[in-house]
Design a protein around this ligand. Structure first.
Ligand SMILES: *Cc1c(COP(=O)(O)O)cnc(C)c1O
Length: 406
């Protein structure tokens, strides 16, 4: 068939492929875009509207009532930008497909997403949270400081069942955890939670390496700022979950305002398209760097997850601040999941806000460095790390220098 005789719309059976029947790499490129071809579009449109005209205010009242009852996305055009946005909805649809959940709700940042979860449970009188350390520094801080009225019990995975109380609204874990890359068995943790929702922060693994909902987590949290966006230019958070919880999250998002900007929604949808390729390529490089670091006498300990991934943490014998000061190709910066490689010192930056004893107790040593491996060539990255680790490279000229002065 030549292009002139192509129908403008594909046949119905092509459009309505059942969710879940396509591979992850295919979903990454197509999910959230299923309607585009029949609209005659290729790239998704960006809808920047903050409000939506309607001559039918009775109908609009009914849609607002329906949203207040269930939090379901209103049928027809959204009423106001805080209720929902079509461009952001494309990203939510796509992420839900990748995580294998019914729905997903996007927020202005990962912390806004976690805040909304705590507010949903707190508003039901379930203020107690059981959590396993380490967590991302600010997640730890939000729970420890009780900023949203929650009360936390820290425990290890084996202690979860005993820590549950009648007012426990949430169990929260990260695996692999930020920054030690400690892993836990999500299936057995979910089992220990009983009927209490388990929130798994899947920022580090991404749905490419792990889909916590398949293992029993009711809530899957992402700092979409990291791998989902993937280029260091979008701040966002998202919770993938069942539609019932998603409705409550949308209601909290509407009332508290932590919405995602439509342009960010567009960039995240674009980021998802390359997520499997980026994560697999960066993971292969990270695994090789982890292997070389583990064999290096300047490195005391290397943490690399069993499930793989693009994060490597390692403890140095020398001064970690010196290593940060010596990188050239690698950027010394907090955050992670970008196309370029970043390194940071968790005790100084990402986990600074956590009390030093709690931090060390969670395995975050003062000599730990966290590397987020990007898409550069492995040899260039190794050359930079080798130079930044210092000593070995410096010891030789120093010895030569001393020999000369003797
Ligand atoms: C960065 C991060 C967060 C917080 O996300 P923001 O987008 O920075 O608000 C939460 N969890 C993990 C594991 C993170 O790395």
């Amino acid at each position: 068939m030549d292009s002139a005789s192509m129908p403008t719309s594909p046949p119905d059976d092509v459009r309505t492929t059942a969710p879940g029947s396509r591979a992850l790499a295919t979903e990454a490129v197509h999910a959230g875009r299923d309607d585009l071809a029949r609209q005659g579009l290729h790239a998704p449109p960006i809808d920047l509207s903050t409000t939506y005209p309607s001559y039918d205010s009775r109908g609009e009242a009914a849609r607002i009532d329906a949203f207040a009852a269930t939090g379901a996305d209103p049928d027809g055009p959204p009423v106001y930008g805080r209720l929902g946005n079509p461009t952001v909805a494309r990203f939510e649809t796509a992420l839900a497909r990748l995580e294998g959940t019914e729905s997903a709700v996007a927020f202005a940042s990962g912390m806004a997403a976690l805040s909304a979860v705590l507010l949903v449970r707190g508003s039901m009188g379930l203020r107690h949270v059981v959590a396993v350390r380490p967590l991302y520094g600010c997640s730890d801080h939000l729970l420890t400081a009780g900023l949203l009225g929650s009360e936390v019990t820290w425990t290890d995975p084996a202690g979860i069942a005993d820590a549950l109380r009648p007012d426990t609204g949430l169990v929260m874990v990260e695996s692999p955890a930020n920054p030690t890359l400690a892993e836990l068995d999500l299936r057995s943790v979910a089992h220990a939670c009983g009927s209490v929702p388990l929130l798994a922060d899947n920022t580090f693994a991404t749905p490419v390496l792990q889909r916590p909902a398949e293992q029993g987590a009711r809530l899957v949290l992402h700092s979409a700022t990291k791998y989902l966006g993937g280029h260091g230019d979008v701040m966002a958070g998202v919770v993938a979950c069942d539609e019932e919880f998603a409705g409550r999250l949308r209601q909290v998002r509407f009332a508290t305002g932590g919405v995602l900007h439509p342009l960010a929604g567009y960039l995240l949808l674009r980021g998802l398209a390359t997520l499997p390729v980026r994560v697999r390529a960066a993971s292969a490089t990270a695994a090789e760097l982890a292997r070389r670091l583990a064999a290096d006498p300047r490195v005391a300990r290397v943490h690399y997850p069993r499930i793989g991934g693009a994060m490597v943490s390692f403890e140095v014998h020398g001064d970690p601040h010196e290593v940060i000061g010596r990188v050239r190709l690698i950027t010394p910066a907090v955050s992670l999941g970008s196309v370029d490689t970043l390194i940071q010192h968790p005790a100084s930056i990402s986990h600074r806000i956590v009390d030093a004893d709690d931090r060390r107790g969670a395995g975050v040593s003062d000599r730990l460095l966290r590397l987020s491996v990007g898409l550069e060539d492995v040899e260039d990255l190794w050359a930079d790390l080798d130079g930044a680790l210092g000593e070995r490279a410096e010891a030789i000229p120093l010895r030569e220098a001393l020999a000369r002065t003797e």
